[in-house]
Design a protein. Sequence first.
Lengths: 118, 112, 520
Amino acid sequence: MMVGIPFNVPFLAVAALIGIAFYIILSQRNLIKLVMGLGIMASGVNLFLVTLGYREGGVAPIYTHAPIERMVLPVPQALTLTSIVIAVATLALMLSMVVHIYRHTGSIDSEESRTMKG
Amino acid sequence: MATLEFGLDFWNPIVCITAFLVLIAGTYLLRSRGQKKYKKGTAQTQIFLSGEEPPSVEQRHIKAHNIYWGFFQALKGYYDPTIKAHTGIINDYIIWFTAIATATAAILFIVG
Amino acid sequence: MDKLITHSPILIIAIPLLAAFLTPLISRVNEKARDVLVITTLAFVEFLVIILARDIYANGIHIYTLGASSPTLTIPEQYMVPVRIILEVDAMSIFMGIISATVSLAAAVYSLSFMKEETGRDRFYTLLLLMIVGMFGMEFTGDMFNLFVFLEIASISGAALAAFRTRFTDAVEGGFKYIIISSAGALVVLFSVGIFYAQYNLLNIAALAQVIQYTMLDKIALALLVIAFAMKLGGVPLHMWVPDTYAAAPAGITAMLVVSSQACMYALFRVCFTLYGVTLNMATVGWIVIILGMLSMFVGVTMAIPQIDIKRLMSYHAISQSGYMLLGVGVGLAVLGNPEALATYGREAMSGGIFHIINHALYKGLLFLTAGALFYRTGTRDLNKMGGLGHNMKFTSIFFIIGALSISGIPPFNGFASKIMIYESVYRFNPILAVIAMLVSIITLASFTKAFQSAFTGPQLPQYKDVKEAPRSMLIGMGILASIIIFFSLFPGLIVGWIVYPAADALINQAIYISAVMGG
């Protein structure tokens, strides 16, 4: 069903972005870097969605430009916009929490700043 | 309305509560036959510990971490690694997630 | 009234959303008016949920298409597939809706006095209402992407609420851990939604369920979805965030986080039963769910015993009890392809698991609220520092006993009713699983005995001589849940017949869910 995608380059980029993001999240103990990793992961998933929306020879669904009868259904673009907005909100919340953690514990290392375990 | 029927079995809380009430009535009957002729406010109502002075209030209450000590001691081989696995580090949580997701995908590929 | 029922799916989501953004405004005028607004909104939502539930049990699945000229017009003219966002409320969705509405109402009433000392309470209620919006959205939606959006709404507001008391180090840490695992999980869910869209150009669950092939990509999506939701609901070994977050959150919010986790469990069941349904290899996926459930039960309860923080202890029990639901419904999933086994014990196992969801939401909510009352009056969650509180906090101890007996599955409480359904049917599936489940129940009783003994019994400690009973609104919040528990305990047959069996049948009958949207 994946018609009309000439090269797999965008998908390789998606894989690279998500791979980098997972590498960062799994290996970096710095909380800011962790948040950056999640940001990169969000970008990777967004790129995936946008890539899915590409149709070769499709017409962009802008009403003044497109012929009425045939144009691309703009669902993936709508999904991506929503997902970007959500990612911004999550990132802002996470960063503000990192600030609070730093104020309380004086550290942004995920091992040194934790108080609960076991 | 109160009866829950399932499979070959049934469960009715009203029957159970009635049984409990009978038991409670019996217990109360036994208790009411106990000694009533003691003097309140005298040494008869004090704690008696072989003539020793009873410990202070804080000492008398068993603290939470002393309870089931033997249980943990007996299951040390299970508890030590399990508690150790709960590191509280957020990276480890995501490592578990990645590992289990990969394992599940592998199982689905192999088994079907 | 008919119009109200027709539009109630969207009203249940839209009214709290509107009220959420009204609260800061009204807060500027009058604090009392804001409290009244929050409680009235939730009470009205509860009313809407109940009338919608009555309609669903009488007339079947309720469809609401957003933006269409008529709410039941699912597929636009000249289209083959639904393109609009559709809310699809069946008996299982409304079952979860009843839980969310009831527990949030009790939690909100409780929070009125619990959060009295905090600043920024207008934002607190905004977040609380948003979290309710997220939960209802997840439960009512018939659209995969919409599920992701509401999952994120519930996660973001839940994390912000968990970290609301930023003056405590552990609160911020718990909130941070929650948002990290939530957003990682939600991104994985979004990725799976992308996989579906890539293959089928569809987002609607019913439309997807009709065409899904169980290809290689679908298997990846299934693994990602199952494990992402398993992490959100706190299944072992993905559970480690649960004690951190639940323990640190304000007590009312912890009760709601439990419900929010159960909304994720609902999403897991919806994906397995409705989205994949008969296409997948039921035995494999069923056993994955069962093993997750067994691990959760056993590790959760054994980790609960050594805890000395009362809310951490209860959080581990929340993990352990989720295991019962996964076990019950997992057995149903494993035998879904075998009509005979499904009829003899599969449906019973699923009903037991589903009944346990509502029981758990009630008694675990109640227990977290009593723990919050203890914290409110003593200023500590450490069981080592407590003792003899039963002398002064009589109602709280009674509520604690009700919750503790119910969670340990002691007859005649409702926890026993759902557990015996699970034991009986799982025993016929595999006796060893049932034996382990009973063992876990015994250890649960042991650890609640420990909690009760250290907090409530013993001589009155001098530092707690002047401890007072919890404030009235907290008692009302706990009383709502306790009275529902007693009602459920007395009439399990009524409850199971009225709401649990329809919910189990809604999960089993995938075809009805599909035809409600696709027609035919």
